[in-house]
Write a new protein. Structure first.
Length: 590
């Protein structure tokens, strides 16, 4: 091979790896986080976990990606180690699909049907369809993702053909065949396969490179077999790197992957070479083909899964021995389940990461609602225990805002579809409003504390008016949190007229309060605290309106939602006026 042939091979390899990367990213984006949610929910039965692991890996074309995903699930507490074993076994089987697809490049024959199956026949068509989809599809849409998949596949196959053509002259190169002879030593072949896969971080890609070399006719099965075994060990490096900084169980999941492949390789090689010593398999000296490599790859992974399936529990025990638990995390110091789930490994699948954020913010909303309702209850039935609980809830809400906010910022830097972009916007807007509502809950309890310490009470009229206002605030919170949880953009607009009614109630109560002060019916100290209380209730309704506005933004596409609500909705919308008058008749001050 001259310098030009070498450059051609390097170029083919670059196209091959780029095509595999592009196709894999397109498949992940097209799945929209659905595959991750399937794995999360349907892995209680081990056989089902194996099947799901195989299916997901076959779809996204990467056992490394599936295993890293599993490490994230286990690390965040979403999945147990016993569930992870099955998925890891299935992932090893699913990754063999790629080798069978690549083996199409080795088809030969003059039959028209055989010719049509060759990538050189259909890849150009897929490339043209793919580029049309990319050029005409909007960013993040299914059309554009499909285009990336088709174009990536076409580039992958073109790179494969380029590599195969470049290495074809090596068949008669004595130096090259001499190197391959060294790899027929099982240990050297094993190390070579493991090293190659560890470097490029993909067993599918390394098997594809081996298949391209096999098309030269210079690689026989005695050389290829130990390299394939090593490739299955090398692919564990990705999960092990991903487990750095993970929890104990996260590290254990990565070691389960390593032990499964390591033990499977040792058993397979020991069995094969012992039998070969007695039976002298003749095929080992035959030239390996692309289909033969795919067959050996599949046979190894299926046999490993079948043999080790009954010993899945032992693999878990072995991982626990390797990564020992030195201390346990107390329940008081444990991270909330929804926040623990926000693992950075899921950032590679932004759609799923956003679903986890939505779940966390929904929990944050529930904590906020509990805090504000409990604070309101303190006004009627003073209790230091209730105040302490409000403070605990507010601190927890702050923790949610910090964690979710940081995670959302990281997601914002990823490629997102239009639907995911809208959800990201809503969550970023909403978390600060939920946090501010919990702050107002603290402010309301502080009013109650001051009244209790100073022995103050509101007038009977003031108490009756507060009950009406609190009823309206209670309803707007319930309505807002419900439309947020359901992402109900249609009913979000119903929050706006109720917020206006609350503003009017607060304004009228302040006017009545001034009259009572002038008549001497209310003390100045109690009056100041009432003003604080009214201001906090009004601010709570404002934040509810902000959350609803963020949801309405999805439907209208308006950027300045407050201007939109003030001018278009409040100013001229007939529905708003009708709903406002209806609610005003419900929440009437006594």
């Amino acid at each position: 091979m001259d310098i030009f042939g070498f450059l051609t091979m390097i170029g083919g390899l670059a196209l091959f790896l780029y095509g595999m990367h592009t196709m894999g990213d397109g498949l992940v984006m097209l799945s929209g986080g659905k595959l991750e949610r399937i794995l999360e929910k349907l892995t209680n039965k081990r056989i089902m976990a194996v099947l799901l692991g195989a299916f997901v890996t076959a779809v996204i074309q990467s056992s490394s990606a599936t295993t890293v995903m599993v490490v994230g699930f286990v690390n965040s507490g979403i999945m147990k180690l016993t569930q992870a074993v099955g998925i890891i076994m299935g992932a090893n089987i699913g990754t063999t699909i790629t080798a069978w697809i690549l083996s199409l490049s080795g088809l030969s024959g003059d039959n028209i049907f055989v010719s049509l199956l060759k990538p050189s026949a259909f890849s150009p068509v897929l490339a043209m369809i793919g580029i049309v989809c990319i050029m005409t599809g909007n960013e993040g849409t299914k059309k554009k993702n499909l285009g990336n998949i088709l174009l990536g596949f076409a580039i992958l196959m073109f790179g494969m053909d380029t590599m195969s053509g470049a290495v074809a002259p090596l068949k008669d190169n004595e130096a090259f065949t001499g190197i391959l002879t060294a790899f027929s030593n099982p240990l050297f072949g094993l190390l070579a396969g493991a090293l190659l896969t560890a470097v490029i971080q993909s067993s599918s890609a390394s098997v594809g490179i081996l298949q391209a070399l096999c098309m030269s006719g210079a690689v026989n099965y005695s050389v290829a077999l130990p390299i394939i075994m090593g490739q299955n060990i090398g692919t564990c490096v990705t999960a092990l790197i991903s487990a750095v900084g993970a929890s104990k169980n996260g590290k254990r999941a990565a070691f389960i992957h390593l032990y499964f492949n390591l033990i499977g390789t040792l058993l397979f090689m020991a069995t094969f070479y012992i039998l070969n010593a007695f039976l002298k398999f003749s095929f080992t000296e035959e030239a390996a083909g692309a289909a033969g490599i795919a067959f050996v790859h599949s046979l190894f992974n299926i046999c490993s899964a079948v043999v080790l399936f009954p010993f899945a529990g032992n693999l878990v025990d072995l991982a626990k021995v390797t990564v020992r638990s030195k201390k346990t995390v107390t329940e008081e110091n444990a991270k909330p389940e929804e926040l623990a789930a926000l693992d950075e490994r899921f950032l590679e699948t932004p759609s799923y990461a956003l679903k986890l954020c939505k779940k966390a913010v929904t929990k944050m909303a529930e904590l906020t609602k509990n805090a504000i309702f409990l604070a309101t209850d303190v006004q009627k039935d003073y209790s230091s225990e209730k105040i302490a609980e409000v403070e605990r809830l507010e601190q927890l809400v702050d923790e949610y805002e910090d964690s979710v906010g940081s995670y959302l910022v990281k997601i914002a830097g990823r490629d997102l579809g239009s639907k995911d972009s809208h959800l990201l916007t809503v969550l970023l807007h909403s978390i600060s409003d939920f946090e501010r509502i919990s702050d107002h809950a603290i402010n309301i309890t502080e009013v109650a504390q001051k009244m209790n310490e100073q022995g103050l009470e509101f007038t009977n009229d003031g108490k009756s008016e507060l009950l009406s206002l609190e009823g309206a605030v209670y309803d707007i919170i319930q309505m807002t949190f419900k439309v947020f949880e359901d992402e109900d953009t249609k009913n979000a607009v119903n929050v706006v007229p109720l917020e206006q009614v609350i503003d009017d109630l607060v304004s009228e109560m302040k006017q009545r309060h001034i009259l009572r002060l002038r008549k001497g019916e209310c003390s100045m100290e109690a009056g100041i605290l009432l003003e604080d209380l009214l201001t906090n209730y009004e601010r709570v309704s404002d934040h509810c309106s902000n959350i609803a506005a963020a949801l309405i933004e999805i439907q209208t596409g308006e950027l300045d939602m407050h201007q939109y609500l003030d001018v278009k909705v409040k100013g001229s919308d007939p529905y708003f006026r009708e709903e406002y008058l209806r609610l005003k008749n419900i929440y009437i001050l006594p």
